[in-house]
Design a protein around this ligand. Structure first.
Ligand code: G3H
Ligand code: ZN
Length: 311
């Protein structure tokens, strides 16, 4: 199947009743982890690249060509999406670079400005058959190059108007999730009442959750038992994210749990094998940890395991 359009993949998600997991990749190992996990689970996924990942890879064109070549070879279906873009120019550039789906994050802008800029990107992108995800409301926390101090829950009254006025194909909403976790004793509450009202506004539309990882205490503890000093950050629980998918959320972005799993396996490998200095050996361990976490999300959160027919 390899690279397909977002439209086609989301149509399938309704027909076969699953949601889509979206994972950021930023190097060879993270890409291998997601592709291997999807092949193991016979699952599609959305592969995301952020502005930070492009900078990290330095030669963004070469990295993009590499990602595309790996995805094209796979038997699973993938959509190549550019995560969080903050300006109209950058969004148009991402369209021109060959992403088949882009996210314009105008969440920090006043409503009308968000509408105007999103619409300009949609007009540009649609001429080239590219899908546009927008954001309404604001998700707190840090992610890559994106930061917002406070949550501003999505106002259900504006949802329809925003979608009609911009023509965006999917919409990220703020209902309690956070980017990368915040200091808190308990998991953050996911506001199902607000989510349900938003879903009711437009049944069959693609609503998206960012900040869908859950930073499980057990995983943070494992990292810290191997010498890490990761604070006990909290986001919404995995059970709540899975429930949101069952209710009708069709795309969930989840990253930090993959990072924790990678870090744990890598730390453990180096502690248990201090004689090892070949990076391929310890990076493979990190990659396998990342892969197991992705398998877990596909199976238990978005329930997209087994939907691919692979001979
Ligand atoms: O855009 C990416 C995400 O929103 C990932 O956030 O790693 O906090 O779940 P997360
Ligand atoms: Zn995000």
């Amino acid at each position: 199947m390899s690279l397909i359009t977002a439209k086609k993949l989301f149509e399938r998600s309704f027909q076969q009743n699953f949601s889509l997991a979206a994972f950021n990749v930023f190097n060879v190992e993270s890409l291998q982890a997601v592709v291997e996990a999807c092949e193991h689970e016979k699952s599609p996924a959305i592969i995301q690249i952020s502005s930070g990942a492009r900078k990290y890879m330095q030669d963004e064109i070469l990295f993009l060509d590499y990602v595309k070549a790996i995805l094209e070879k796979s038997k699973c279906s993938f959509v190549l999406h550019h995560d969080h873009i903050k300006s109209v120019e950058e969004a148009k550039k991402a369209v021109d670079m060959g992403f088949s789906s882009v996210m314009f994050d105008g969440s920090a802008l006043p409503f009308e400005e968000n509408v105007t800029r999103t619409r300009e990107i949609v007009e540009y992108a649609h001429k080239k058959g590219v899908w546009v995800e927008a954001e309404l409301g604001s998700i707190p926390g840090f992610e890559d190059e994106v930061f917002s101090e406070h949550a501003k829950f999505t106002d259900k009254e504006s949802v329809n108007h925003f979608i009609e006025a911009t023509g965006c194909d999917s919409l990220a909403v703020s209902v309690g999730t956070a980017h990368g976790g915040v200091l808190s004793a308990e998991h953050l509450p996911l506001h199902f009442d607000i989510l349900e009202e938003i879903l009711q506004v437009r049944r069959g539309y693609i609503f998206v959750l960012h900040g869908g990882a859950s930073m499980p205490k057990e995983l943070i503890n494992k990292v810290n038992e191997c010498g890490g000093k990761v604070p006990e950050l909290k986001i919404c629980s995995e059970t709540d994210i899975a429930k949101a998918c069952k209710m009708g959320v069709k795309k969930v972005n989840m990253d930090v749990d993959n990072f924790l799993a990678f870090t744990y396996e890598l730390r453990k490998m180096l502690i248990e094998n201090p004689q090892i200095y070949d990076p391929r050996k310890y990076l493979k361990c990190g990659k396998d940890g990342f892969k197991e976490e992705v398998i877990h999300k596909l199976k238990n959160v978005v329930c997209s395991s087994g939907v691919e027919v692979i001979e």
